[in-house]
Design a binder for this molecule. Structure first.
Ligand code: FAD
Length: 414
């Protein structure tokens, strides 16, 4: 039996940021991160890999190089949670005990949820920016397509980076426009949901690009089955009256975003809510039924946009509340997460619409309007996405430096 004061499940954006945030706040903590992966990925970079801007290698680092100093890395997968015993079970049935637990294993991309998809990914014009090894294939396809039909899909919410399905589409259209082939290409966006973007103020600027690129929008279309060699995809269409029908579409290229769920070992655990996500108080990020458990990142239940930008703001909230509970910092009030999330929408190569919003879809722009107007695509926001956010991720967020992520606090002490 192993034991650490603080155990963190997952060394992704949320897990590493939380470890670094803790280490930056108190000395001599006994922290262990459990993650079986050798490589850590900067997934927000994959949109730019698919758009021919980044090389894939720029989006990966060795996990070993990111584990904060003094933090132990246990290279294993967690198989189960036993929160009543303050224990997690690792694969191979080893038991790991904790005083405090942080759950951050991300979400599950359910490739098998679309019939025939796994067998054809990476071939026959079937691609996805949601996988490191496939994002370069998106750019390959975009460069070789000289006309025909290009489909872009979006599964039901919630998904990580809800804007990523359309980012892939706009960057592809921009390249076809530049090459003069867009006019020979029928582009369709097939969205399982009912709106282009969840925060309504951002829809009109996006619709200008939909019009400019001549994109056909279809809502209520959920990808169910795909046959690569036959270049055919089937969608379940839900009409306004709730009736369903199967729609068949031919394609020359299709960018698929897979259905997304909580990981299986989370979904079946006592930590999960009804939908399978780790239940948290959406302000404190503490589990309502197991006060020694906290969660951040894509796996947890709060209704924020599942983004690395959100995890960047969540990490200091989790770190402060956990250390406060352990009596390791002197802070009378709990730290509060306001639901911040961000989505830099790459509407063309060189311009980004920088959506930033909190719970309830309230817009919370980080910058003054003269610098970046969040309702207008701009070159400045593109530079932020391409040149500034990656080093902010590697050098600040994953290192516990939090110049723009100081948590707010509740009004009265609890
Ligand atoms: P992850 O970063 O996915 O990390 C999860 C970690 O948990 C992994 O290291 C994994 O190995 C580990 N793990 C899994 N299972 C286990 C287990 N059983 N035991 C132990 N460890 C386990 N966000 C933005 O902010 N801006 C963007 O522009 C943006 N664009 C995106 C574009 C794409 C194509 C994609 C795919 C994502 C994008 N995101 C973006 C979203 C962002 O990448 C995620 O929200 C973020 O990585 C979530 O962090 P996380 O720590 O919850 O999960």
């Amino acid at each position: 039996e192993m034991r650490h004061d603080i155990v963190i499940v997952g060394g992704g954006a949320g897990g590493i940021a939380a470890a670094a945030s803790l280490a930056a706040r108190a000395d001599g903590l006994d922290i262990a991160i459990v993650d079986p992966a050798d490589i850590h990925y900067y997934q927000p970079g994959w949109t730019l890999v698919g758009g021919g801007v980044f090389k894939p290698e720029e989006t990966r680092r060795d996990m070993a190089s990111l584990i904060p100093e003094g933090v132990k890395w246990i290279r294993a997968a967690v198989a189960a949670f036993e929160p009543d015993a303050n224990a997690v079970i690792l694969e191979g049935c080893r038991v790991l005990k904790y005083k405090k637990l942080i759950v951050a294993p991300g979400l599950k991309l359910d490739w098998a949820g679309v019939e025939g998809l796994e067998a054809t990914l990476g071939r026959y014009g079937v691609t996805s920016n949601y996988r490191y090894d496939l994002a370069p294939y998106t750019w390959e396809l975009v460069q070789s397509l000289s006309g025909g039909t290009a489909l872009f899909t979006q599964p039901p919410m919630p998904i990580k980076c809800a804007g990523a399905p359309q980012k892939a589409m706009y960057l592809s259209c921009y390249e076809w426009e530049r090459r003069g082939t867009l006019k020979n290409t029928r582009v369709e966006f097939l969205n399982a949901g009912g709106v282009l973007f969840g925060v309504k103020e951002y829809v009109p600027p996006l619709m200008e690009y939909v019009a400019r690129y001549g994109i056909d929008l279809s809502f209520g279309h959920n990808l169910k089955k795909i046959d690569g060699p036959a270049k055919t995809a089937w969608f379940e269409r839900t009409d306004a009256d709730g009736s369903k029908a199967i729609v068949e579409k031919r394609f020359d290229m299709i960018h698929v975003v897979p259905p997304q769920t909580a990981p299986d070992f989370v979904r079946v655990s006592p930590l999960a809510n009804e939908a399978g996500w780790v239940e948290v108080d959406q302000a404190t990020l503490r589990h309502p039924r197991y006060p020694d458990v906290y969660s951040l990142g894509d796996v947890m239940s709060a209704p924020n946009a599942k983004t690395a930008a959100a995890a960047r703001k969540q990490a200091p909230v989790v770190a402060e509340n956990l250390l406060r509970d352990l009596g390791r910092i002197d802070e009378p009030r709990q730290a509060i997460y306001d639901g911040y999330g961000s989505c830099p929408l790459t509407v063309e190569r060189g311009k980004v619409l920088l959506a930033e919003f909190a719970y309830g879809g309230r817009r919370v722009p980080s910058f003054p309007k003269w610098f970046i107007d969040d309702l207008k695509p701009s070159k400045t926001a593109w530079i932020l996405k391409e040149k500034i956010l990656p080093p902010v991720y590697w050098q600040a967020m994953l290192k516990g430096r939090e110049p723009m992520a100081k948590p707010a606090h509740e009004k009265t002490s609890a």
